[in-house]
Write a protein that binds this ligand. Sequence first.
Ligand SMILES: Cc1ncc(COP(=O)(O)O)c(C=O)c1O
Ligand SMILES: C[C@H](O)[C@H](N)C(=O)O
Length: 343
Amino acid sequence: MLHTEFASDNTSGICPEALNSIIEANSGVMASYGNDDWTRRACDAIRDLFETDADVFFVFNGTAANSLALASLCQSYHSIVCHKLSHVETDECGGPEFFSNGTKLLLADGADGKLDLADVARVVAARTDIHYPKPRAVTITQSTEVGTVYSLAEVQALGAACRDMDLSFHMDGARFANAVAHLQVSPADLTWRAGVDVLSFGGTKMGMPVGEAVVFFNHDLAQDFAYRCKQAGQLASKMRFLAAPWVGMLQNNAWQIRAAHANAMASRLGAALSAMPGVALMFPVQANAVFATLPETTAATLKARGWSFYSFIGAGGARFVCSWATTAEQVDALVADIRQALP
Ligand SMILES: Cc1ncc(COP(=O)(O)O)c(C=O)c1O
Ligand SMILES: C[C@H](O)[C@H](N)C(=O)O
């Protein structure tokens, strides 16, 4: 059956390395609520990956990871600066505001879905009076909602600015694996060494069935986070099955092999689309997503033929997302159908 699914990396199955670990963890009885050996191993694997003694917590999805991480940075009278296209603003149904008891998201801009340093400073300085929620944190998405990647220097500059403005720095890393695969830099350099205080480390999109890790590089901010997870219904009783895939994905560098493949499929698709008349790439293809403007009739024809892709993300256009499971043949079949559907 033709694979027509390019809506999201969330539609892929479980990659073998994650599944094999779950099967291996499924033996006998084990302590619950994270007191098992698999959770310990997964936390240690993440600490080894980031080369630092981070506090690690596992939650069920990215909205919880982002909302609870941001809530741990702010009081209800604070505000958080984010990009106007950020997931926390557009696709978390008010989760960050809810779980922080009212922290306000302040929208800033920047090209290619990336926060512009000057615009962050503008937003932070715009209001300093008592009547306005005090800026307390900045959040960026790496890789971004539009398939771009902050360079190491850009993250470092934002980290330095946060330090200078006494702001905490959060990274929505739902697709952090894809950003590392693109940049080929160390996870430590791209996070805590650049000033990131807490990372929502995406597992679901990299090939796990479910699960994200919240990685605190700033121990003070992790205080009582376990209670925040429990109260939000994010403490898994059978934690070993949330943790085991991390062991499988982080060993033998599977997380990067799989992410690099997804990125390569997106690059393959982007290269083909950029050569098509009437089709234009909206953003550089740097991770595993391609955003393109298509002739209206083309998009409708593709949907009618069963192709699945979103048109509501970011700045519009058609979003095609490749995952660890996407094959070159599937990309080429999509390209052929797009070409055939052009006016
Ligand atoms: C940039 C980004 N952040 C976070 C998430 C997490 O969302 P969810 O709650 O659907 O796992 C997603 C989508 O899955 C996303 O695309
Ligand atoms: C948009 C949706 O929430 C999901 N984060 C995705 O990228 O497919």
